[in-house]
Design a protein around this ligand. Structure first.
Ligand code: ANZ
Ligand code: ZN
Length: 872
């Protein structure tokens, strides 16, 4: 037969799937639902190879579940707001809207060429007013429910461009465009009150048992629950500015109180402000340390610095013990109380600090088995377990006992009318700041009136649509510069008022899109609760681990907020979560270090390994490390090129083979060619099987001879393994089983002569099973083969084959053979074999005789179906 021609076949099948609308899911379908979702793309302009992997993984599952009889929902849309569209507007003078929709059109065409079983009838972009209208409505509902609020926040302010900068736009303390030193400015921001759900978002993680443990751990750490004690330290009045009398701190280690060497407060702490008012040097220090920006990563890595305010705090257990109060750059106002006591012996940051300012340290926890007298701390703090030392009434206690003792004593001690200590649970999680001073985002639907303050835009005036006649000539927010857009009358008093010009963080857009997919046609409400409640949660969500924290957490919060405001009755958005690995590739560099593209390089495999030369000049190329595909390293491959050259099925097959889906996969031209050869092989095999299967009787034979049975066992064995493999997303293992079965099958087909009728029947059955097994991975080839096998319908609509369980019983088992507990070999015996028979077979093995070395056998222990241990 002829070679399989993907270029001809693939578009043909894609068109047919489309025309028959077979991937369109109906909301009134009575079959059980299965919702597969891949993280929707940002319309940057082109699909990259990571998308191909992501969507192929989801597509295999979607096609498989469809064949298993589920009403599969597998939608696609566009995460379409964000800064790149504005940058394009600035650099290329194209309007963000047309740039975005052009990109969507181009990428949609690319996605179609991959042959994904997507329900395009539900497509939307988050920048469609018909989408963000509902988002605005939900914002107002959240505002009314106390889940959205205004809050003063510190932002990065570029004094030259006169604009707020995102943390990523601050580089070494300077604005990315202007180069000006960035200032911290307090501004009113819209926030979502995610912290109302801190405990709930944490506890519910336990129930998400189809999420990767690492993702749950990342979420736990992000939420960051700490149990500790609030302690009110009295301040030594002689050293303290008027009006201040105590310093409240939060600690998770009250057991270390007798190791305290200093107190530290944030530069934003009121006490720091009060002290700075009288101390110009301190004021200068404060303004210096504020320059490093608000990003946590910067704060964590910056050198620890402090300034002694001269204020002294009194130790809660010893009125004569005074501790110096520093302003320090590592204490954040946003956490706890913005103040700490430092115990250098048991906290690395505190130790670095005291070593810099020569404040010394006293260990108060001594590891078990260590002599307290010889236990000294120099450069490394000890944060392990042990017993209390140097701690008066705590000496000898464990850490937990000491924590409890301190808490009890300070709780019952009163100063004024309040206890000195109070137990408290703290969370690291902050409220979600959603204001962005940007044009290309969802407008926040409120109006600021000088008389009525914040007034919600009335429902019947939604959506608040972005104006299209905007200019990007000035830096900052184009909405602010628009001549008319923000000037409105107040809906309440009719006076002059101004629209909010902040737009929403694009994470808001992606926090509920999966719910909108369940009924994107509803013009009146974000969801149709009855439908959303039935179709959600997403059964399997698939995406990159880079979204493991914020996107997933925000979505989990948003579903709770939607529940609180009556838009859904659901606890969690994603029942199953899967994080896929990256596609990585070797890098290539010329002698002067310039990166060159894989397509420009010729690789030869010689006696000394692989050698690379430049195609054009023949000059030597250094093969560099394997890295994530990126434009800067030029180690990308373009999905269009691959599909054009080899077809989508080859690209899909490659993506699924070799590496488990959660690991990185190394792009390799050689292996892509291998996948391409396998496509042709399957095609020949199926065609050959048709000729041989012609001798088959129409009805299933009453009995099968040994050859037919062996083939049927191989087919049903593969079917069984691949069925469970796909369910578990072990796609690379499935592919290995398909190859294995293909080998066994082609061995049968190559036997000389015509097969007997029972074998011919088994051949026909095997070829059908084979085609169905690879149909989720290579759907176009599968359709073409299905047709060759004589079916008039589509394999994409066929039911998954039934497994005949009695064919799965193995005739023989392989047991591990040990001598005195050490593995010496294996033995294969009939499943029905009795112990004496097994024993005889084992003792006859050369390896066993050798290991026994003439010693008599004392005992033979047989663990059925697993191990035989010979004791000598
Ligand atoms: C004394 C102490 C001794 C502490 C010791 C730790 C170890 P988590 O677990 O993250 O909640 N801390 C409290 N508020 C802070 C702030 N605003 N900025 C920076 N650090 C702050 O951490 C709680 C610990 O972090 C607290 O316990 C406090 O230092 C510090 F051997 O108090 B600890
Ligand atoms: Zn008003």
């Amino acid at each position: 037969s002829e070679r399989y021609n993907a270029r001809d076949a693939e578009p043909r099948w894609q068109r047919q799937w489309d025309e028959q609308a077979i991937f369109v899911s109906k909301n009134d379908d009575s079959r059980p639902k299965y919702y597969v979702l891949e993280m929707f793309p940002y319309p940057s302009g082109r699909i990259h190879i990571g998308h191909v992997r992501n969507y192929t993984l989801g597509d295999v599952l979607a096609r498989f579940m469809r064949a298993r009889g589920y009403n599969v929902l597998h939608p696609m849309g566009w995460d379409a707001f964000g800064l790149p569209a504005e940058n394009a507007a600035i650099e290329r003078k194209v309007a963000p809207k047309s740039w975005t929709y052009d990109n969507i059109a181009a990428m949609k065409k690319q996605l179609r060429s991959i042959g994904l079983s997507l329900d395009w009838s539900r497509e939307f972009a988050t920048c469609d007013p018909s989408y963000y209208k509902h988002q605005q409505k939900m914002f107002l509902d959240m505002l009314a429910a106390g889940l959205a609020e205004r809050e003063k926040r510190k932002l990065n302010w570029d004094p030259v461009d006169m604009t707020v900068l995102a943390n990523e736009q601050v580089i070494d303390g300077r604005g990315w465009r202007s180069g000006a030193i960035v200032e911290q400015r307090e501004m009113s921001q819209w926030v979502f009150k995610i912290t109302k759900y801190s405990q709930e978002l944490l506890s519910a993680l336990d129930g998400l048992d189809r999420w990767p443990d690492k993702v749950r751990l990342m979420q736990r750490n992000w939420i960051g629950r700490s149990e500790g004690l609030l302690i009110r330290f009295a301040l030594d009045q002689a050293t303290t500015p008027a009006g201040e009398s105590e310093l409240k701190i939060f600690t998770t280690r009250p057991d270390t109180l007798f190791g305290a060497k200093f107190m530290a407060i944030s530069s934003d702490h009121p006490l720091a402000q009060a002290a700075a008012a009288k101390n110009p040097k301190l004021a200068e220090f404060i303004s210096d340390i504020k320059k490093i920006g608000t990003a946590q990563s910067i704060i964590d890595t910056a050198e620890k610095q402090g300034f002694d305010t001269g204020i002294r705090a009194v130790h809660p257990f010893d009125p004569s013990w005074k501790l110096p109060v520093y302003v320090a750059n590592f204490v954040l106002m946003e956490y706890g109380t913005g103040a700490i006591f430092g115990c250098p012996a048991h906290d690395q940051r505190d130790l670095d600090f005291v070593n810099k300012y020569s404040l010394g340290n006293t260990p108060v926890v001594c590891p078990e088995g260590q002599d307290p007298k010889s236990f000294v701390i120099t450069d490394t703090a000890y944060d392990g377990d042990g017993r209390m030392i140097n701690s008066r009434f705590l000496d000898g206690m464990t850490i937990d006992q000491a924590k409890e003792e301190v808490a009890k004593r300070l709780e019952s001690e009163l100063r004024g009318n309040a206890p000195v200590g109070e137990r408290q649970v703290n969370f690291r999680l902050r409220d979600w700041g959603i204001s962005r001073q940007r044009y290309w985002g969802c407008p926040i639907p409120v109006i600021h009136c000088p008389k009525c303050d914040v007034v919600p835009v009335p429902d019947d005036q939604l959506p608040v649509v972005l104006p299209e006649d905007v200019s990007f000539d000035k830096p900052g927010n184009a909405l602010d510069h628009h001549p008319t857009w923000k000037h409105v009358t107040c809906p309440k008093c009719g006076g002059k008022a101004q629209r909010e010009t902040d737009t929403m963080d694009t994470f808001v857009d992606s926090s509920w899109y999966f719910a909108r997919f369940t009924d994107p046609w509803n013009e009146n409400a974000p969801t149709t609760p009855a439908v959303a409640n039935r179709m959600l949660p997403v059964d399997q969500y698939i995406g990159g681990v880079e979204h493991a924290i914020l996107h997933l957490l925000y979505s989990r919060f948003f579903i709770r907020a939607m529940k609180a405001t009556g838009h859904i009755a659901l606890d969690e958005p994603f029942a199953g979560m899967f994080t896929q690995g990256m596609v990585v590739h070797e890098t290539y560099q010329t002698a002067d270090g310039t990166y060159v593209q894989p397509a420009e390089v010729k690789i030869e495999i010689g006696a000394n390994g692989r050698r690379a030369t430049l195609l054009t000049s023949g000059e030597d190329i250094t093969i560099g490390p394997i890295e994530k595909m990126s434009k800067s390293k030029k180690n990308t491959v373009d999905p269009d090129d691959i599909i054009e050259t080899y077809g989508a099925d080859v690209a899909r097959w490659f993506m699924l083979s070799d590496s488990p889906p959660d690991r990185d996969v190394i792009w390799s031209d050689e292996r892509v060619q291998g996948a391409s050869r396998f496509v042709q092989r399957l095609w020949r095999l199926v065609n050959d099987s048709v000729d041989l299967g012609k001798a088959a009787p129409a009805d299933r034979p009453a009995s099968f001879g040994p050859d037919a049975t062996a083939l049927r066992k191989a087919a049903h064995g593969a079917l069984d393994k691949i069925t469970t493999g796909i369910e578990r997303l072990h796609f690379n293992v499935c592919l290995a089983h398909i190859r294995e079965f293909t080998n066994a099958f082609s061995e049968v087909l190559q036997r000389p002569g015509q097969p007997a009728p029972d074998l011919a029947w088994a051949i026909r059955e095997a070829s059908q099973i084979l085609v169905q097994l690879f149909s989720p991975m290579m759907p176009h080839l599968a359709e073409e083969c299905w047709q060759v096998l004589g079916h008039s319908g589509l394999v994409s609509e066929a039911n998954w084959p039934q497994i005949e369980r009695d064919l799965l019983v193995e005739d023989s088992v392989t047991l591990v053979v040990q001598v005195n507990g050490k593995k010496r070999g294996e033995v294969t015996v009939a499943t029905a074999a009795q112990n004496p028979e097994i024993e005889a077979a084992v003792l006859a093995l050369d390896a066993v005789k050798l290991a026994l070395d003439g010693k008599p056998v004392r005992k033979v222990i047989i663990v059925p179906k697993r191990i035989v241990n010979v004791v000598g």
